[in-house]
Design a protein around this ligand. Structure first.
Ligand SMILES: Cc1cc2nc3c(=O)[nH]c(=O)nc-3n(C[C@H](O)[C@H](O)[C@H](O)COP(=O)(O)OP(=O)(O)OC[C@H]3O[C@@H](n4cnc5c(N)ncnc54)[C@H](O)[C@@H]3O)c2cc1C
Ligand SMILES: NC(=O)c1ccc[n+]([C@@H]2O[C@H](COP(=O)([O-])OP(=O)(O)OC[C@H]3O[C@@H](n4cnc5c(N)ncnc54)[C@H](O)[C@@H]3O)[C@@H](O)[C@H]2O)c1
Length: 445
């Protein structure tokens, strides 16, 4: 009998498992695919590695005609070989690290028999507590030819970059991967049924990203719904829309979202409830069944499904199972779409702020003001959301260094920094955070 069994081995699982094992608990992880889950094997890590050269080329573009006359080409097969060299060993590395902590890793698909027992590959395992951390998988559109479409896992393993691609959707994955594919020589079109890209991010800044991508040659069809995909001549595919347009391309990506892995887990056997977004939990991440918890992307929740939130939940569950009974309290959560240029968001959105009379939005176009040090990244800008006490409660950012700048705002929001808190410190100059923080300080209490 284990003390705790985690189903899944991604960030939502292994951080907590490690804490519990180090505290003397008998812990196992059950994993049906690669140990370490999506982010490590099929998500963030591979994505940001493959984005590296595209990001550098994007930076070089800022100096075209003012000091640089050529940009290099990306040699995709070499880059993919490097990805395999760096990413492939990570799964075994984590498995080894967890085994050193005495954690058992059980390979196979887990299914509940009772609230205290689970079967995996014909064997039964029992535990006092279970944590469901089964994550999400790519959605498949219910259209004719859906079997001809590819997902993010396929893209991150492409041996050669297709000459032309359609991305269905214009969310995180479509926008990030379209930027990489275009920089790697593919002709890219995004077909989005909504009227904008990157819902959840500031609408003006999302438009700037779309305009920049369009200027580079990426095509967008908004308010268009894909109705079918069919195989045509030369190994190509025809993507048709309900609006009557068609696109003949070498590769089609279905990037229309992700769905929670709640099926075939035997949840109906034990009474754990879920809705379309995932497993239902309370403020202790506890399901309806008292000894069963859920963590990470598989939870039905109104917050972003990200690696840092999965890790936060995993840490929370571990400390709760070790006796700390406080309900979970999420701090402000930063999120970044690694498009070129980057776009980021933390705390209260500008959309929400506009609806509330107690909040003020102030924009600082620091890329224009500080052009000498922002690598000519003229788009770089921040909108800050202030409350009536003159505390920062949210921010939207655009610009090549937005992912770093947003992290600098995390303590400003969570610790309610005053102007003095920032001005009493010295920051390196010239740096992006070193200019943005003092500028924001001017508006704080
Ligand atoms: C392409 C892509 C890029 C991303 N980029 C970023 C990024 O830049 N930044 C960021 O913060 N987030 C990013 N994310 C999101 C991030 O990857 C997830 O939020 C994070 O991986 C969630 O962790 P998790 O442990 O909840 O789920 P996962 O990592 O998905 O782990 C769940 C595990 O459970 C296993 N499993 C499922 N069912 C069973 C079963 N019945 N039995 C046994 N095992 C099972 C699965 O095989 C999987 O390994 C990205 C996601 C994708 C797809
Ligand atoms: N940088 C990051 O942190 C990062 C990167 C990638 C993925 N992720 C995670 O993965 C999740 C999934 O990403 P995603 O990009 O697949 O989903 P998403 O929800 O961000 O975007 C899906 C897009 O597809 C569109 N869409 C849906 N159905 C459509 C249809 N029939 N025709 C045309 N368009 C359609 C939606 O309007 C939306 O714009 C994210 O929500 C996030 O949690 C995070």
């Amino acid at each position: 009998m284990y003390d705790v069994i985690f189903i899944g081995s991604g960030h939502a699982a292994w951080h907590g498992a490690q804490i519990l094992a180090r505290a003397g608990k008998k812990v196992a992880l059950i994993e049906e695919n690669k140990v370490a889950g999506t982010c490590t094997n099929f998500g963030c890590n591979a994505k940001i590695l493959l984005d590296g050269p595209a990001e550098m080329i994007h930076h070089l573009h800022h100096y075209h005609g003012i000091g640089i006359n050529q940009t290099p080409d990306i040699i995709w097969p070499e880059l993919m070989a490097y990805k395999h060299e760096v990413i492939d060993p990570l799964s075994d590395g984590l498995a080894h690290m967890l085994s050193v902590d005495g954690i058992d890793i059980i390979a196979g698909h887990a299914k509940f028999m009772t609230a205290r027992s689970i079967t995996v590959a014909g064997e039964t395992y029992t535990a006092e507590q279970f944590v469901i951390a089964t994550g999400q998988r790519p959605a498949k559109l219910p259209i004719v030819g859906s079997e001809l479409t590819h997902d993010s896992t396929d893209f991150l393993d492409l041996p050669d970059m297709p000459k032309s691609m359609v991305f269905i959707g214009a969310g995180y994955i479509a926008m990030e991967f379209a930027s990489i594919a275009h920089a790697s020589g593919s002709h890219v079109t995004l077909i989005e049924h909504g009227d904008r890209a990157l819902t959840g991010f500031d609408a003006d800044y999302a438009k700037v990203v779309v305009a920049d991508m369009t200027e580079k040659g990426i095509k967008f069809a908004f308010n268009h719904t894909v109705s079918g995909v069919s195989a045509v001549e030369n190994g190509q595919y025809l993507v048709t829309t309900a609006q009557g347009d068609s696109y003949q391309v070498d590769y089609v990506m279905d990037t229309t979202g992700r769905v929670a892995n709640t099926e075939n887990l035997g949840l109906e056997n034990i009474g754990v409830l879920s809705d379309r977004q995932g497993i239902l939990v309370d403020h202790h991440l506890q399901t309806r069944v008292p000894n069963i918890y859920a963590s990470g992307d598989v939870i039905s929740k109104p917050i972003a499904r990200l690696t840092p939130t999965a890790t936060f939940e995993s840490h929370y569950i571990a400390s709760m199972l070790l006796g700390d009974k406080k309900p979970i309290a999420y701090p402000a959560i930063p999120t970044v779409a690694f498009t070129l240029p980057r776009i980021a968001q933390i705390g209260v959105t500008t959309d929400e702020a506009k609806k509330r009379s107690d909040l003020t939005v102030i924009e600082i176009p620091y890329g224009q003001i500080m052009r000498f040090q922002t690598l000519n990244d003229v788009h770089a800008a921040i909108k800050i959301v202030m409350n009536q006490d003159k505390h920062l409660v949210g921010a939207a950012l655009i610009g090549d260094f937005a992912p770093e700048v947003i992290n600098a705002l995390v303590p400003v929001i969570n610790k309610q920094y005053t102007s003095e808190d920032i001005k009493s410190q010295i920051f390196a100059f010239p740096t992006h955070t070193g200019i943005v923080l003092p500028m924001i300080a001017n508006y704080l209490a």
